[in-house]
Design a binder for this molecule. Structure first.
Ligand SMILES: CC(C)(COP(=O)(O)OP(=O)(O)OC[C@H]1O[C@@H](n2cnc3c(N)ncnc32)[C@H](O)[C@@H]1OP(=O)(O)O)[C@@H](O)C(=O)NCCC(=O)NCCS
Length: 180
């Protein structure tokens, strides 16, 4: 049985140290980037895609735990991207998508453990995140992926009907949005 809990409510369990390393393992296992020049570069990469959200939005950072309290997936994000200049500094390509933040203000990142994929867990996590931000008055949510990634089908299935490809340096990014 899977339980979904917010980091905010996991306070004492986080202190015991098993849950956060579990989240970090899934983060690095799921990341396309595998090589880092230095421990500092690795830490900065983790900060901008994971730690920042735990630090600033623990109320909408959700973790899926199995019966042994092992982390099987997580979702994190910010309800209103435009309120955070720090995010624009860390992700310079936001300048290409910021006009879309009016309709889709929230930004998210989601990853599941390899063995837990394809079982509906990601859809459950998306639902919890979307319901939480919607109850705060947020009208839309977006994420950025790559146009040829398998996860595009996952987001489409979950109602992310808006999509726009954005060129940034040598890469193509796919912005996907859902109205809540
Ligand atoms: C994308 C992801 C969060 C979806 O969660 P999930 O629990 O696997 O998804 P669900 O079971 O609710 O839905 C299944 C759909 O997810 C997608 N999916 C399944 N396995 C996947 C994988 N290994 N990588 C990417 N997408 C996958 C597919 O679209 C799948 O539908 P399909 O089987 O018809 O192709 C999860 O698969 C994952 O962590 N993938 C790898 C990392 C990733 O792509 N993260 C998102 C970055 S933007």
């Amino acid at each position: 049985m899977i339980q979904v809990k917010s980091l905010q409510n996991l306070g004492p369990m986080l202190e015991k140290g098993r849950i956060w390393p579990g989240i970090e393992n899934i983060f690095f296992e799921s990341s396309v980037k595998k090589k880092f020049e230095s421990p500092e570069e690795r830490a900065a990469f983790k900060f901008k895609y994971l730690d920042w959200y735990a630090k600033n939005h623990s109320g909408c950072f959700f973790v899926a735990l199995d019966q042994d309290q092992k982390v099987q997936g997580y979702i994190c994000g910010t309800p209103n991207t435009s309120l955070h200049p720090e995010l624009f500094e860390m992700h310079p390509w936001f300048q290409k998508t910021s006009h879309l933040f009016t309709s889709f203000p929230a930004h998210l990142h989601i990853n599941c453990a390899e063995k837990a994929r394809g079982l509906g867990l990601g859809s459950t996590l998306l639902n919890v995140f979307e319901n939480t931000i919607h109850s705060q008055g947020i009208i839309g949510v977006h994420l950025v992926t790559s146009p040829d990634s398998r996860n595009v089908g996952f987001y489409e299935k979950n109602g992310y009907k808006f999509s726009q490809t954005v060129e940034w340096k040598t890469a193509s990014l796919l912005f996907m949005g859902k109205t809540l």
